[in-house]
Write a protein that binds this ligand. Sequence first.
Ligand code: GLN
Length: 248
Amino acid sequence: MASGEAKPIHVLQLYPRDMNIYGDFGNALVLSRRLQWRGYEPILHSYDPEDEFPEQVDLVIGGGGQDSGQDKIQQDLLRLGDRLHALAEADTPMLMICGLYQLFGHSFLTREGREIQGVGILDLRTEGTDTRLIGNVVAESKEFGEILGYENHSGQTYLGPGVEPLARVTKGEGNNARDAHEGARHRNIVGSYLHGSLLPKNPAIADFLIAAAVANRYGEQIQPSIEPAGSAQPIDELTRLARSTATK
Ligand code: GLN
């Protein structure tokens, strides 16, 4: 399809200035490229505190950050609360990683005892600890198969009954050091602790988000697998390379 004819999909990245560590921006790149391969035009909006909120939003992503970065964006995030709740309830696909995953929950009690209030879209809460959970993670998801990524967080997250775990950890820790749960699922929202970034290693999650965005916006279905036109390597090889470093 010529680019002039491609249908736009608006991807909103929340707080890239403060919430974008360990390569989380790779998630925006993967979504953009996989949308293009399917003939859609990705339009990436970056939203930082006090920016104008875009009129059209088809997919929302957010990354991780230091506790201090979470402090900086907290008030603005709460101000966006109603908008984000409305998008979530309209089944807008969302991917929230680590720091923003925590703040999509009810609260994050930092290890210094400061409470950072979350936006409460996901039924979960987080407590800071003195032990950082660091390293590669392997987890099994019924929906997405084997998920690989990298975690580095002091906050430990506990899920409430309003969400399902994204996956069961077989290596590493995930949400906390106790229950072998990694991430959370609710409506079309995926929350996860995994950086690396997540989507290059786990394209099934990227395609889930894209499929939901395209279905909501245009009532269209995407093909489950794709051959990238003009790419030097098939996607399977790229994915294999991304994943090959992730299990050590
Ligand atoms: N600051 C949070 C924590 O340490 C989130 C870290 C992150 O996004 N990697 O738990």
